[in-house]
Design a protein around this ligand. Structure first.
Ligand code: TGC
Ligand code: FAD
Length: 418
């Protein structure tokens, strides 16, 4: 058991933890590379959440992550601990067993997970933003009470099925569909989803499918329903510590009570993506910070031509540009978090942050890897793993191109998609 559970009433964040917290804050300042003193914009609770998740990550995930990635295995044994430190549904109301925290707290949790590995952050993003969020936002009271507490405590894991083999960037074209079973109680679901994070082990899938009128609805499919299978996708070079797979529906009989009643149309799944994309914009900063930190330490220690490579202007240029881009991303993302908390963030603002920060992290990972020379390609350091992971992050939740076109549409009023 961990000493501190974030999903605790606020009064538990009391003076008993002050000593731990102050110690953690001092360490954080060194490790956080907080160039613009962003910590001053965070509350004590934010910092406590950060140090709690960071401690958990360092103790439980960092020691095993390279092995999991090399073996291409999702470390299932982490789920309970991740739930205990509040990684699942931190931003959703406490009344359903969720965290009851603000969006900056949620972002900080994603940052700390992805500082270690994007695949682990993915598992938490999907659970909190793409499974719990749609059930919370569009589900019936019975659905919320049935699923949310178990998803929050990790007893149940979920996945989100939007992408199809022939419809990735353009989910409106989806062909997965359901029709009335004729018994008054069920619908019959057919189709297939592809590239689905968590699918090989998920207990439930939030699936987006068209009804007989061609209208998109969300439907909760449970493992074990006859005709529902989840084949795993193998041979990935990216996100190897995250399980990815398909969702195949072959005349699956799903109770009508599993349909999310609260919305219809593509706007439903796209609304969920806002929450996940926002979390990714924080997560990418975590990956970038880890690459920067590794490159900086290495450059100070590694000597060539009789001096540390940190003394060469070409290496200083790389490091100076890294921390500049990280600081810009931190400012952008913190402001976005404030707008999220106020309910004022627009989807286009979220797209800009996701696109900017992931591209920033990709560039930093690549430059950091080069700074380590040959050592940079080994599993002794985390950089190459981050670099390969980020190739998925720049693709999923809307590709780099798609987010650019969303910004383009927002500023010109012209839709480049149609
Ligand atoms: P379009 O006509 O523009 O929009 C349809 C309706 O939706 C509204 N809308 C949004 N609402 C909320 N949030 C958003 N982000 C929204 N974007 C659009 C829009 O206003 C409209 O509403 P209404 O009331 O008029 O009906 O739709 P379109 O078909 O032209 O597509 C637009 C486009 C291309 C931007 C959209 O399809 C898109 O974002 N494509 C990218 C697909 C994507 O991101 N897929 C992600 C799959 S999930 C995933 O990758 C998980 S990875 C998880 C992990 O491991 O972390
Ligand atoms: P495509 O849409 O075929 O795009 C191919 C290329 O064409 C891209 O470069 C794209 O930018 C470009 N392109 C497409 N349309 C345009 C345009 N209009 N203008 C200019 N360029 C364009 N999906 C889920 O539903 N749930 C998940 O949990 C999930 N997890 C994932 C995990 C991993 C590891 C990966 C890799 C993907 C995951 N995805 C998931 C799917 C992901 O969202 C899609 O891969 C992504 O949306 C892109 O779709 P696609 O791969 O079909 O590429």
């Amino acid at each position: 058991m961990y000493k501190l559970t974030i999903f605790a009433p606020k009064q538990l964040f009391d003076m008993n933890q002050a000593a731990d917290f102050q110690r953690a804050s001092k360490t954080d300042q060194f490790q956080h590379h907080d160039y613009y003193l962003m910590d001053e914009l965070l509350t004590d609770e934010h910092k406590l959440i950060r140090s709690t998740v960071r401690d958990f990550v360092k103790r439980e995930i960092s020691p095993i992550i390279e092995d999991s990635a090399q073996k291409c295995l999702f470390p299932h044994f982490l789920i309970k601990g991740m739930a205990e430190v509040g990684c699942f549904g931190a931003q959703l109301p406490a009344e359903y067993g969720c965290g009851g925290l603000d969006y900056i707290s949620y972002g900080i949790i994603m940052q700390e997970l992805e500082r270690c590995d994007s695949g682990i952050r993915s598992t938490a993003s999907v659970q909190g933003s793409l499974v719990m969020y749609p059930i919370y936002k569009f589900g019936s009271e019975e659905q919320k009470r049935k699923y949310l507490p178990k998803l929050a405590n990790g007893e149940m894991m979920g996945c989100f099925g939007l992408t199809e083999p022939d419809h990735g960037s353009n989910p409106a074209g989806m062909t997965t569909n359901f029709k009335d079973a004729g018994d008054g109680k069920h619908v019959i679901l057919n189709g297939a989803k592809m590239w689905i994070s968590n699918s090989p082990f998920a207990d439930v899938a939030v699936v987006w499918a068209k009804n007989e009128a061609g209208v998109i609805k969300g439907i909760i499919v449970e493992r074990g329903m006859p005709g529902f299978t989840t084949p795993e996708t193998h041979n990935k070079w990216s996100l190897r510590a995250s399980a990815t797979g398909e969702l195949v529906f072959n005349d699956v009989k799903v109770p009508k009570e599993n349909i999310l009643p609260g919305f219809e149309g593509l706007k439903g799944p796209l609304t969920c993506l806002n929450s996940a994309r926002y979390g990714i914009s924080w997560g990418a900063i975590g990956a970038a910070l880890d690459c920067y930190d590794t490159a900086l330490r290495y450059a100070k220690e590694r000597k060539q031509f009789g001096r540390p490579i940190a003394g060469f202007q070409l290496q200083q240029k790389k490091l100076a540009e890294m921390i500049t881009e990280i600081a810009k991303a931190q400012l952008l993302t913190w402001r976005l978090g404030v707008l999220m908390n106020e309910g004022r963030a627009t989807p286009a603002q979220i797209s800009m942050a996701k696109r900017n920060n992931v591209a920033m992290a990709c560039t930093i990972a690549r430059n950091a890897r080069q700074m380590l020379g040959g050592m940079g390609i080994t599993g002794e350091y985390s950089i190459m793993r981050h670099m390969m992971n980020l190739e998925s992050v720049v693709t999923y939740e809307g590709t780099h191109d798609i987010h650019l076109l969303i910004t383009g549409m927002d500023v010109t009023g012209e839709n480049a998609f149609t």
